[in-house]
Ligand binder design. Sequence first.
Ligand SMILES: [Zn+2]
Length: 235
Amino acid sequence: MKENFARLWKLQQLDSELKTITGKLEQLPARIESLKKQVVEAHQELELTKQSVVELRKQYKLAEVELKAAEDKISSYSVQLYSAKTNEQYKAFLREIETQKKLKNAIEDRMIALMEETEALEQKARASERQVAELEAEHREKIQLLEAEQAELTAAMEERLAQRTETAQSLPEDLLKRYERVKASKGGIAVAPIRKERCSGCLNPIPPQRIVEIDREDRVYICDACGRILVVERD
Ligand SMILES: [Zn+2]
């Protein structure tokens, strides 16, 4: 019987450790995913800025074409001006030239605005390119650490699971069943060591005489208050 108490206590310790390990392991994938997502989003945002630069450059090229057309019209009308046969024709050409000049000014203003906007966006793209690269390097390192932790915890879990199987198999079936039953109903803690003359599971006091009996380890005692299996700590 004595060795069964040692096994029960070992089983409890393994289960408690497994619970802690599993709890940590469960959080890791979400943390890794969130870091990866941040990098992807930063890249997407940078890509959008770069696309805007391309779009602005296209608009600038189109404006150049429009400008050229307006300038061509101005020179064409300026030549035609001298071949005007009537005063009215002459005035009409002058009006056309005036219209095209206004258009030309408007296009030039737009081109200046486009150029300024492009430069500002290019500057933003260069800055965020550096920031994204830094973020990526930083997150890559964090992810590597988390993945290493994941591998470590997985190995620790497997090791304990193997020990747990071995320990569980070495216990009498009815005792194991009892352990599992109490564990399921008591938040994972089935075996409670007595500390300071109290059940460490629920802090219910245990009379000294009872402790002496429990210490003999010749049968299973359970806490009257919480139903956990009581053991005397021996480390
Ligand atoms: Zn108790």
